[in-house]
Write a protein that binds this ligand. Structure first.
Ligand SMILES: Cc1cc2nc3c(=O)[nH]c(=O)nc-3n(C[C@H](O)[C@H](O)[C@H](O)COP(=O)(O)OP(=O)(O)OC[C@H]3O[C@@H](n4cnc5c(N)ncnc54)[C@H](O)[C@@H]3O)c2cc1C
Length: 454
């Protein structure tokens, strides 16, 4: 334990109790989640309520200690990574679902509740959070708000920001900002809650939230459709959206290299025995047979299979969701998360491939994503570790031209530590200046998750 930690330790114990202050010894024996440095801090605290979070932040402000807020540690951009001199403030004990109003379709939750736990409670009332991500069992509502998580239902329900009615945040001085409105219409000056949504813990610690719920949906048809490209996949998806009596619940795309690599690695290659195609569309639908019939004859379908039971459905989804398997096949890969206007997906995919292959003809490229909102996830690598200087060259090859065609170089995983350089490079200078001004105004000491985003 370093000197600063020793000075702070006794104060923290008096605020939240010995058992909730963990030192490096305890942290070192724990799974760090999706970034190796998530638990590299010398100290972590796990408060039990908002008042304790406020007291902890107040102490940190007084001692000038940098704080790293943490939820489920499933973030993919290094936003929760910590250094020995940081204090981790983990929200996992604050996991209560305080109240659900079924008539109003709202739920009040503490920030450490996992998506799955809130979804299960909502489902009992015929409702849903309206957001689904692969990390649902561990990702917390606080972390999802902090990263403005998107996922597979964002094309119809929006990202986390659209689900948010009210928010409670402990600001960098240890004050409590209570903006827990439960109504969709609230024009009471600047809508500050949206500043904290997507700020990745750099402006304050989210402690509670009011979420707007959606009616629960049930899928009765899962299709794996072989297609030529994203244009074809979109044409099929759009037709399905327009067909009376048919609801498109999820529309995901996987390009051939991704689909075949993951399927082979997890022993599901037989799924693609029906067609060897440049890309595959995974559609989750709700509708009766009559509604589905016109879709089956869509000209853009090369071939298609329907899951005949839950086991087959799960197999389709494992191929889509187990994207981290690629790293097992080819180590040292890097991940990218971009968003592209729907009509420009194919040209963007071709452009990125050409730029990467020009850098290195042996570069492996695996692409899949949330088709219906144009969010593509790239895994890129040739098996060799990538030197830091070269990482920027690869990032430029992926991001080149994106801004000019209306795309976003960072879609749903956040900036964290990994995309800070790219944010500085690809963001409008005035936007960047305003972001720095907001950070300075809300956290003048710079203690909230320093070294992330900006
Ligand atoms: C298998 C898998 C699938 C995924 N799929 C998707 C997907 O489809 N869509 C998507 O958007 N993301 C996805 N993710 C990424 C990840 O799940 C999300 O970013 C999620 O929102 C992170 O939540 P968390 O609780 O794990 O946050 P953490 O990883 O703990 O933290 C993430 C960031 O939020 C900050 N933070 C956490 N809690 C708080 C808080 N209470 N107050 C302030 N700041 C806080 C942290 O400081 C950090 O900057 C996936 C991840 C995995 C591993």
């Amino acid at each position: 334990m370093n000197t600063v930690s020793r000075a702070l330790h006794a104060d923290l114990v008096s605020v939240i109790g010995d058992g909730n202050v963990h030192d490096a010894g305890l942290l070192g024996g724990r799974d760090p989640g999706f970034h190796p440095d998530n638990l590299s801090a010398d100290l972590a605290v796990y408060p039990g309520n908002t008042a304790e979070v406020a007291a902890v932040v107040g102490l940190c402000a007084r001692h000038d200690i940098p704080i790293v807020p943490q939820g489920g540690l499933t973030g993919l951009s290094g936003g929760a990574a910590s250094k020995p001199e940081n204090l981790i403030v983990g929200l996992r004990r604050m996991n209560r679902i305080e109240a659900l109003d079924a008539a109003a379709a709202t739920v009040i939750v503490e920030a450490g509740a996992t998506l799955q736990s809130v979804e299960e409670v909502a489902n009992r009332h015929g409702l849903s959070v309206g957001i689904d991500i692969g990390a649902r069992g561990s990702a917390t509502i606080g972390g999802m708000i902090a990263t403005n998580a998107g996922g597979m239902e964002a094309f119809r329900n929006g990202s986390m920001r659209a689900r948010l009615l009210g928010l409670e945040v402990v600001t960098a001085t240890g004050a409590i900002l209570n903006d827990m409105t439960e109504v969709p219409k609230c024009n009471e000056g600047y809508d500050l809650k949206h500043l904290f949504c997507g700020a990745e813990g750099t402006l304050g610690i989210i402690t509670r939230a009011v979420l707007s719920l959606k009616p629960m949906t049930a899928s009765n048809t899962t299709l794996m459709i072989a297609v030529d490209d994203a244009k074809a996949a979109l044409a099929i998806t759009r037709s399905a959206m327009m067909l009376p009596g048919l609801e498109v619940l999820q529309a995901e795309i996987m390009w051939r290299n991704y689909a075949h690599t993951v399927a082979a690695e997890i022993g599901l290659s037989q799924v693609f025995d029906f067609a060897d195609a440049p890309a595959y569309l995974l559609l989750e639908l709700n509708g009766d047979e009559n509604a589905l019939e016109p879709l089956f004859v869509h000209e853009a379908i090369r071939d298609a299979i329907m899951a005949r039971n839950e086991r087959e459905r799960a197999a389709f989804w494992r191929i889509r969701e187990e994207s981290f398997i690629v790293d097992r096949v080819v180590p040292n890969c890097r991940w990218y998360d971009i968003s592209v206007p729907l009509g420009r997906i194919d040209e963007t995919v071709r452009g990125i491939e050409a730029r990467l292959k020009a850098l290195d003809p042996d570069m492996g490229i695996w692409v899949m994503g949330h088709l219906a909102d144009g969010n593509l996830h790239y895994t890129i690598g040739n098996g060799q570790p990538v030197a830091e200087a070269h990482q920027a060259v690869i990032a430029d090859a992926v991001y080149g031209g994106l801004k000019a065609n209306g795309s976003a170089f960072s879609a749903e995983h956040g900036i964290g530590t990994e995309k800070r350089g790219s944010l500085a490079k690809h963001t409008n200078p005035e936007k960047l200046r305003l972001m720095h001004a907001i950070k300075q105004a809300l956290d003048p000491q710079g203690i909230m998750n320093p070294g992330k985003v900006l």
